[in-house]
Every structure is written in structure tokens, then in C-alpha cells.
Design a protein around this ligand. Structure first.
Ligand code: GAL
Length: 983
């Protein structure tokens, strides 16, 4: 039984959210001088202030079966002996060989309910270390800061119980002044993995355990600045900034008379924007009846302010000095701020008076080896990679992310939806009206706002995710609306449960649905802005019809964009059950309850390699577009605040696969949201298959990319492709499915496997969950194509047995072959993955060249960002954690398979129709389909080629709409021909 807690088990009681914890504050640090405060006005780790000591590093650690099993000795006695491990703080013990492992679940809880029941086995870590209180800290208030503990923690100092805290994604601070002595002190933090709070932390992610954010000890003055609230606004009509800085003074005792606060506002180069404001700190004897606390407000109206936006994140600095009664600076704080306004007007969310597109993604704190314990570089890498791909908004799914993320979003320029750590998915609608959970509901929202409100980047507060809609949400909304009326509220389930038109207005100022269909999106006619909090589920080979969403968004008033689910896979790097090293998904740590590879649904791999769909994302989210209207090109600036002057535009004319002209496109200044007309840079060619491509590249380096980085590309077709003709005389005509070849065929000598009809694609996660067929039954989500293919035997039977197929081959006198296929797909097979043919080339082919869409993999419903052109590439590696269809290039006119050593090439010319879809990989569809993990597949030495006349779209049915009708493979007749030759 934990000493000091005894039979009281706060972790088991949903109503106990804290004991002895200090109120939440903005993360501000005190420095002895103004100069030091200015120098450390943004993210800093560790010991920049003489009054702060980081306790990050190696701690002693022991794991117990439950909080009740922790003996008093584990907290009181010095940790000696081999049963004490050494673990890193910040860190998850589940990632550090402690015997307890991560577990992944999505909706379901990892243990039986109902809430608030807990399992008997509740891994509980005791963290121990010493820390030093120097003599220079005498007389000050000593505070211990625990940045994040999953899920609850109990704090002891020198063997004495200090307090208890919940909410694993926000910091807890405790006044430990009365518990410490000068010199060495002993710290014990007991962290329980499960608690009643786990029921409201049931997000779709790995369950971990431990102290995953920084721990430090701080000495605050006997009188000190307790909190700093900077409310900065922007009046776009007159171009002025408004600022109210509220400084709250606290300490060991209430401040006496004579304390003052000086507030300054300045540029980052210390140029003062206004006269400093010095005010007395009210004290208790001062107007007792009208006492509003020991707080000082300083308000400024500042003309000629450069506003903050994601496009132009102008920053300023607030400096606050606490002056003691002798007139000396007792401490100084600095806070970087940005001036901007967020207003909902009609069905538009306006930033600084302008509508702005939400080019967003959802992001979890995740690292493949560090779990939830990120370094600032990990966070920066995520954000810079987002900006490289034109992503300008991030939803903190589904909890307040590491606070340093917000500093970086302010600085780099990303809009943020900050979300309370509250998801009760397994008991979705049953806790939100329950008074037992009201305190935790409110605490999680209010403490988020109190921590994060000074950040310019936050444009909306989200009340949480997937926790029904009830009175507890109304309590959250009421509190936030009073505390921070400057930001709108966001809560998806409100309109999910009560309707898009009027549902949940009290808790959500926007309609922010998840995974709506294209049709429903287009039909939206509400009076609130429509911003999808999740859409285009990026699990495996995915993000089909992203551009189709944006056609609707761009054309429909009130639709403003959304947040793709999600930024990156949550793979954890480990030794897998097959003995190989790789990224684990659910179940691979031996967890009996898990949701498999549903955790791998990112645009990026866990180690930040973009999946091919990123090509489409960056096109859809591009800031500049080019279209042809009549005899002109029209360039449009989709930004809201800045021109396109930072981008250099060039054009290129490609006719029949050859570059026929190129040059610089002289662009006048294009104002935000405006378009300009330009004359065509080239004449329309007389030859067929002509495309004009315009490329926009950065003129200068930015924080995320070097000069020359391509930000956008657009292409228009000037002349359509024409049916190719067979020009050489034919030698022989051979009927038959297997098409025996004459020795005259040069191609046949290079084939490792014959040409065969193919109607099966290795199912994507959207076609069906091959590893978790039960998920569909459990939640009613997921694609069903795979099931229908399996029922019809498409995955096991030869294609010729399921469809009728006529195949004729002509061998030409130069040894090339012309193949004609006619396939008839019966109505029963109305949703095939592909119709085409496959063959294998002998080892040695290691490069490809083609005239079609590229450069990266693309699919019929995900190829608008893939320009038509002549491309060259090595052989794609399989990009998805669970092997599945990959590597297709759509709309190919010809395709060459090349041996880079000898230059020998097999060439495929499409004859009928004008284009076909081609892939060349080291895997057959069955190789991919049979494998459960990327480490299970072995690349063949041969080159496996697929040439499809029709290929199913990709869609997003793993969580969201399946493919649109026009991307289905039709039944009936498919006729196609092509020539194979050797070069
Ligand atoms: C949503 C949920 C996300 C994630 C997604 C599917 O319902 O909010 O956390 O689970 O589905 O990947």
C-alpha cells in the first residue's frame, strides 16, 4: 500500500483528478535579468535559468504488479541492488526493457470494464533519484514539475507523500518547499499504467507507461510571477495589434505592499513598441471588497503591427519584470507572441479578417524508438517535413502535444487545433453526462487552455475526441468561452450526434466531421464553417480521391479544408516475432488484445519517410495553381496573406514524350487570393499528346527547404494522345491463351515467367483488413472488396477460369511482339482490383523509363499530382508496413525496363487504348498478399511487371468512403493491345 495514500486509491476514482497540485500555468521561466529572459524567450531545455535544474537523465526504476503492491520501502529506502533498473527520463518504461511492453488498441479498452473498474495487474513504476537544493535557493518556493506521466502519478519527496496528479499529456507541478532540505533530497514518483482516467485516455495509439516528458525542479521567489497571460489580437481594418498582458503574482505568502510589475512589448530585436507600463501589484489590504487577485493587467494598442499567420509568422516579445519594494528587478520573464484575430463570420473562419484554407494533418506525439518521449529535434523534423509538403495546419490529435511543438508552430508558421486529452471511445456516449467524470472533463479542457493560450498558432480549442456529447462538454465549453473568448470551439461528436445543421452549437463553432463522403460534403449547406477534423485515412496505400474532395471544397462556400488522418505511422522499432528488426504494429509485442496494423495509417513512415501519397497531398495543398482558360494561362494565389513573389515559375512543353521547349514564366505580383492572366508561353503544337507544365519553386531558402525547392506543379493538356499504329510488317499470327512464341521473338528470351492475365491485386488496407477481418464485423468499418474477391476465388484461381479471355500474339520481323487481349468480366465480378496482364523479366533489369504519370506511384483516383511526362527511376521498394499493392504508374504510353549495366531494355508500347497502367516491382501480387509485415517479403531477382487496362481506385475505405463510382473496374469487355520489343 502506498505510504501517505494508504487505503485511499485516487487512481481508481474518476472524480479525483489532483491532490495538492498547483494550478496550471503557461510554461514561463523566471530569470534574474531582463537580458537573460530575452535570450531564453522561446523553447529551451534544461538549465538556462539559475533557478531551474533539469532532472532529465537516468533514474532508478522498479516495476510492480500494481500500485497496491508497491512496498513503503521502495519509496523510503535508498534504491540499491540489482532489482533496480536504470531508465531514461523522459522515456516510456514500455520502451526500455523493463519487462512491460507497449500495447496497441484503437477503440476497445485493453482491459475489461465497466468504468471505472481496473484490472488486478496494473504495472506500476517507481522512479527514484536524488536532486540537490543549493543554498542559493534558500527562502524560495521549490516546485517540482512533472511534464507528463502515463497514466497517473503519486509524488514523494524524502519519503513523504506530496501529491497526486492525472492527465498524462499535461504537466503537474507541486510545491515541495516544506519537504526539501538544503543539499541532497530524495525523489520518488510512482506511476500507474492504468487508472480510472484510462477510460478517458482511450485514444487510438499505443498504451505506454512512464514519465515521458521532462521533469525539473525550480526555485521560485518567495514572491514571484506565477503566471503570464498574453492575449494578443489584431485589427485588420486599421492594421493595429491589441495586447493585454495579465501578470499573476504569487509566492510563499501573499505579496505585500510595494511590489510592482513592468510590462514591455518589443520586437525580437528589442525595439520598444510602446512605453513600458508599470503598475502596483494589488495586495490583500488594498481595496479588500474589490480584490480581484494579485494580478496586474497591462493593455496596449499598437499601430503598424505585422500580423501573425502561418504564411508570415511575425513574432514580437513581451517582457515582464517583477520589481520588489526596494525597486530592484526580482525576476524577469519573456514570452514570444504573435498578433492575429480568429473570427467566425457567417460560414467562414477568418484569420486576420481573411478566410484561409486549412491544409491540415492530424499529429500524435510519436517516435519509433522513443515512444512518447520526443526531443525537440524530433518535433522540429515533423513540422519542417510538413511544411515541405505544403501542410500548414496541424490538429493535436488527441491531446495537448509536447508544449515545445507550439513554440515551433508559432515560429515556423502552422495553424494548430489544440485538443483536450479526452477520448472515451470504448464507452463513447456513456460518460459524458455522468457527474462522476465531470471534474476530469473540465480539468482537462481548462488546464489545456491555461497552459497554451499564449500561442499565436492555436486557432481553435477542441474539447476532445470521440467521447459522445453531454453536459460535461457543455461545462468545458462554458469555461473556455468565458476564459478565452478569442478562439472558436471545435468538437466533432457534437454535430455527429446532433446533426450538421444545428447540432451542438454550444460546444462547436465549426462543423468538423470525420471521414464524410464526397457526396455529403458537397451537399453541406450549414451556416458554420465546415472543416473536416479527419479525412482521407492514410492507412497503407491510400488517400484516393483527395483531389476530388478538394474540387468540392474549392467550389462550395463554407468548406474550408481539413486534417488528413494522419501524419505518420506509429510503428515501433523492435525485434519482431519473425526475429527481424523492424517497425511493430499491434500484436507484435504479444499483446492478446490489440488492433493490428490500424496503427500504421500515416502519410509518413514512423521514421519520417514520405509514403507515395505525399506526392498527391503536396499537389492538393499547393499554394499556387495554373490553369488554361481560353488562350491564356491563369495563375492563382491560394494564400491568404502573402503574394507569390517568393516563387519562381518555369514552364516546359512536352510533346509525345519529348521536351519541345522550356523557359521562365514571368509572373507579375499575384495578390493573396487573386489570379492573374498570362499569355501562353508557347504555341500549341500540331503534334498529338502535348502537355504544358508550370513549376513554382522557392527563390530563397526557407526554414524547411533550400532555394529551388519545388512548391507546386500544374499541368494542362494542349493536345490529346492519339491511338498508336503498328508500322512494321507482321511475320506471324499466333492464337491462344498461352501464346507460344517463335525463336524469332527477342522478348521471349528475356521472360522469366510468361504473359498471363491478371485480375487480382494484393489487397490494400482499403480493400479489406487482411490481417484483421474481424474488425469489419466489430465496428462496421473497412472495405469489403477483399472479402468478395476471396469468395469468388480471385485470389486463388487462375484469372482465365473466372473471366473469358482471348489473347493473340503477332511476332513482327524485328523480333517484337504485338499482343491483343479481349477480356470479358462477368457481372458477378463487378469490383475487381485490376484487369490486365503480368509477366516477369529475367534478373538484371534494375531501372525503368516511361512516358506517363510520375514520378512516384500513382493510381486512377490519386494521380492528379502525378504529372504526365517522361520519367526514369530505379525499382521501387515496397513502401508499406503491411505488404500490399504498390508501385503503379497510370496513363503510360510506353514503358521501358532497363538493365543499367548493358543498357539493354525491354520496351512496351501501348497500342490500344491510348494509355495503360504499369508497375514493375520485385514482388508478385501473391508474394505481397501472403505477407503480414514488410520484413516478411523477399524481393525477387526477376522483375514483376503488371500492365493494366483498368485498375481499381484506392479510396479510403479502411476508415471512410470507398472509391467513387468512376474509379471502379467495370464489368464487360476490356480490349487492349501493346507491343513488346527489345532495344
Ligand atoms: C477516428 C479517430 C482517430 C483514428 C481514426 C482511424 O475515429 O478519431 O483517432 O482512430 O479514426 O485511424
Amino acid at each position: 500500500m502506498l505510504p501517505g495514500v494508504g487505503s485511499v486509491r485516487p487512481w481508481a476514482d474518476p472524480g479525483v483528478v489532483e491532490l495538492n497540485r498547483l494550478p496550471m500555468r503557461a510554461p514561463t521561466t523566471a530569470f534574474p535579468t531582463t537580458a537573460e529572459a530575452r535570450k531564453n524567450d522561446r523553447v529551451h531545455d534544461g538549465d538556462a535559468s539559475p533557478w531551474r535544474r533539469t532532472l532529465n537523465g537516468k533514474w532508478n526504476f522498479r516495476l510492480y504488479e500494481s500500485p497496491d503492491a508497491v512496498p513503503a520501502n521502495a519509496i523510503i529506502k535508498a534504491p540499491t541492488g540489482s532489482s533496480w533498473l536504470r531508465v531514461a527520463v523522459p522515456g516510456n518504461w514500455t520502451m526500455q526493457n523493463t519487462g512491460d511492453l507497449p500495447q496497441y488498441t484503437n477503440v476497445q479498452m485493453p482491459f475489461d470494464g465497466p468504468p471505472p473498474s481496473l484490472p488486478e495487474k496494473n504495472p506500476t513504476g517507481v522512479y527514484r533519484r536524488l536532486f540537490t537544493v543549493p543554498s542559493s535557493w534558500d527562502g524560495r518556493q521549490i516546485v517540482l514539475h512533472i511534464g507528463g506521466a502515463e497514466s497517473t502519478h503519486v509524488l514523494y519527496v524524502n519519503g513523504q507523500w506530496v501529491g497526486y496528479g492525472t492527465d498524462s499529456r499535461l504537466a503537474s507541478e507541486y510545491d515541495i518547499t516544506d519537504f526539501v532540505e538544503r543539499g541532497d533530497n530524495d525523489l520518488a514518483i510512482v506511476v500507474s499504467k492504468w487508472s480510472a482516467q484510462s477510460y478517458v485516455e482511450d485514444q487510438d495509439q499505443w498504451w505506454m507507461g512512464g514519465l515521458h516528458r521532462e521533469v525539473f525542479v525550480e526555485a521560485r521567489g518567495a514572491t514571484h510571477i506565477d503566471n503570464l497571460i498574453c492575449d494578443a489580437g489584431y485589427n485588420h481594418v486599421v492594421g493595429s495589434g491589441t495586447l493585454t498582458v495579465t501578470t499573476i503574482v504569487g509566492g510563499l505568502t501573499a505579496p505585500t505592499a510595494g511590489w510592482k510589475v513592468t510590462t514591455r512589448v518589443e520586437t525580437l530585436q528589442c525595439k520598444q513598441l510602446s512605453k513600458p507600463v508599470t503598475k502596483k501589484v494589488p495586495h490583500i489590504s488594498y481595496r479588500p471588497m474589490g480584490f480581484f487577485g494579485h494580478k496586474v493587467d497591462a493593455s496596449f494598442t499598437l499601430p503598424c503591427i505585422a500580423p501573425w499567420s502561418a504564411e508570415s509568422p511575425s513574432q514580437y516579445r513581451v517582457v515582464v519584470e517583477l520589481i520588489d519594494p526596494a525597486g530592484e528587478i526580482a525576476e524577469a520573464h519573456a514570452q514570444v507572441i504573435g498578433f492575429r484575430s480568429i473570427v467566425i463570420s457567417g460560414n467562414e473562419l477568418l484569420i486576420n479578417g481573411q478566410p484561409a484554407w486549412i491544409f491540415g494533418v492530424n499529429r500524435h506525439d510519436h517516435h519509433p524508438t522513443r515512444g512518447k518521449a520526443l526531443t525537440i529535434d524530433n518535433i522540429r523534423d515533423d513540422l519542417l517535413a510538413m511544411r515541405r509538403h505544403n501542410i500548414t495546419a496541424v490538429r493535436c490529435a488527441h491531446y495537448p502535444n509536447d508544449p515545445r511543438l507550439l513554440d515551433l508552430c508559432d515560429e515556423i508558421g502552422l495553424y494548430v487545433v489544440d485538443e483536450a486529452n479526452l477520448e472515451a471511445h470504448a464507452y463513447n456516449t456513456s460518460l459524458c453526462n455522468d457527474p462522476a467524470w465531470r471534474t476530469t472533463w473540465l480539468a482537462r479542457a481548462a488546464r489545456m487552455v491555461e497552459r497554451d493560450r499564449n500561442h499565436a498558432s492555436i486557432i481553435m480549442w477542441s474539447l476532445g475526441n470521440e467521447a459522445g456529447y453531454g453536459r460535461n462538454h457543455d461545462a468545458q465549453a462554458g469555461w473556455i468561452r468565458y476564459a478565452d473568448p478569442t478562439r472558436p470551439l471545435h468538437y466533432e461528436p457534437a454535430s455527429f450526434h446532433e446533426g450538421w445543421l444545428d447540432g451542438g452549437r454550444h460546444v462547436s463553432d465549426v462543423v468538423c466531421p470525420m471521414y464524410p463522403t464526397h457526396q455529403d460534403t458537397a451537399a453541406y449547406a450549414g451556416d458554420r464553417p465546415f472543416i473536416m477534423c479527419e479525412y482521407s485515412h492514410a492507412m497503407g496505400n491510400s488517400n484516393g480521391s483527395l483531389a476530388d474532395y478538394w474540387d468540392t471544397i474549392l467550389a462550395t462556400p463554407g468548406l474550408q479544408g481539413g486534417f488528413i488522418w494522419e501524419w505518420k505511422d506509429h510503428g515501433l522499432y523492435t525485434t519482431l516475432p519473425n526475429g527481424k528488426k523492424g517497425f511493430a504494429y499491434g500484436g507484435q509485442f504479444g499483446e492478446p488484445i490489440h488492433d493490428g496494423n490500424f496503427v500504421a495509417d500515416g502519410l509518413m513512415s514512423a521514421d519520417l519517410v514520405p509514403h507515395p501519397a505525399m506526392q498527391e497531398v503536396e499537389w492538393v495543398y499547393r499554394p499556387a495553381t495554373m490553369e488554361k482558360k481560353g488562350a491564356n494561362l491563369v495563375i492563382t494565389n491560394r494564400r491568404s496573406f502573402t503574394t507569390l513573389d517568393d516563387l519562381a515559375a518555369t514552364w516546359e512543353l512536352n510533346v509525345g514524350g519529348n521536351v519541345r521547349g522550356s523557359g521562365t514564366l514571368e509572373m507579375p505580383t499575384v495578390s493573396p487570393g487573386q489570379s492573374v492572366k498570362l499569355p501562353m508561353p508557347c504555341a500549341t503544337p500540331t503534334d498529338p499528346d502535348a502537355h504544358l507544365t508550370v513549376t513554382f519553386a522557392q527563390r530563397a531558402a526557407t526554414a524547411w527547404a533550400p532555394a529551388g525547392h519545388v512548391v507546386a506543379r500544374d499541368q494542362v493538356q494542349l493536345k490529346a494522345a492519339k491511338q498508336a499504329k503498328i508500322t512494321r510488317p507482321k511475320a506471324q499470327l499466333q492464337p491462344g491463351g498461352d501464346a507460344p512464341r517463335t525463336p524469332a521473338s527477342a522478348v521471349s528470351k528475356l521472360l522469366a515467367a510468361p504473359i498471363e492475365l491478371s485480375i487480382f491485386r494484393a489487397s490494400t488496407d482499403n480493400d479489406g483488413y487482411k490481417l484483421m477481418p474481424q474488425l469489419h464485423e466489430r465496428y462496421g468499418i473497412g472495405g469489403t472488396s477483399l472479402q468478395s474477391w476471396q469468395a469468388a476465388g480471385v485470389d486463388t484461381q487462375p484469372a482465365d477460369e473466372l473471366v473469358t479471355h482471348d489473347h493473340r500474339v503477332e511476332v513482327l520481323d524485328d523480333g517484337s511482339e504485338v499482343h491483343h487481349h479481349i477480356v470479358n468480366v462477368p457481372d458477378a465480378l463487378d469490383d475487381l482490383g485490376r484487369v490486365g496482364m503480368t509477366f516477369q523479366l529475367k534478373p538484371g533489369f534494375d531501372r525503368t523509363r516511361w512516358f506517363g504519370r510520375g514520378q512516384l506511384e500513382n493510381y486512377p483516383d490519386r494521380n492528379r499530382g502525378a504529372m504526365v511526362g517522361t520519367w526514369e527511376s530505379g525499382i521501387d521498394a515496397a513502401p508499406y508496413l503491411v505488404p500490399q499493392e504498390f508501385g503503379l504508374r497510370t496513363d503510360c504510353r510506353w514503358f521501358e525496363f532497363v538493365k543499367s549495366g548493358s543498357g539493354e531494355a525491354v520496351r512496351l508500347d501501348v497500342l490500344q487504348p491510348t494509355v495503360m497502367h504499369v508497375s514493375a516491382t520485385r514482388f508478385t501480387a501473391h508474394d505481397l498478399f501472403a505477407a503480414g509485415h514488410e520484413t516478411d517479403i523477399k524481393p525477387r531477382k526477376t522483375l514483376v511487371v503488371h500492365v493494366d487496362v483498368a485498375h481499381r481506385g484506392i479510396g479510403t475505405a479502411s476508415c471512410g468512403p470507398d472509391i467513387l463510382e468512376q474509379y471502379r473496374v467495370p464489368t464487360g469487355k476490356h480490349a487492349f493491345s501493346y507491343r513488346l520489343s527489345v532495344r
